[in-house]
Design a protein around this ligand. Structure first.
Ligand code: ZN
Length: 93
């Protein structure tokens, strides 16, 4: 009788408690991780050059700095592109 009690009740409870504590500690550790500071922009990346106005690339939707973007005038409107590929893609469209 005692053996059935252990197998049928204590064991499932023990497994449940272990699983619960495992998941709880797992999620808590994930939640409590302090996010690292934003990576400092590399000057080699044209998209993050400081200064200048941000304009939306009409092709891919990326915001590019006017100081670092590729531009093209379409119907008197100056458009800004993040890359040559996007500029060419716009031309093709
Ligand atoms: Zn783009």
């Amino acid at each position: 009788m005692l053996r059935y009690f252990i197998v049928d009740i204590l064991l499932p409870l023990l497994v449940f408690a272990l699983l619960r504590s495992f998941f709880r500690s797992h999620f808590q550790s994930g939640r409590n991780v302090t996010r690292p500071a934003q990576p400092t922009p590399s000057p080699s990346q044209p998209n993050v050059v400081a200064g200048g106005e941000l304009k939306k690339d009409p092709v891919c939707g990326t915001y590019v700095s006017t100081g670092a973007s590729l531009t093209r005038t379409v119907d008197g409107q100056l458009l800004h592109f993040c890359s040559k590929e996007c500029r060419d893609k716009y031309r093709a469209a």
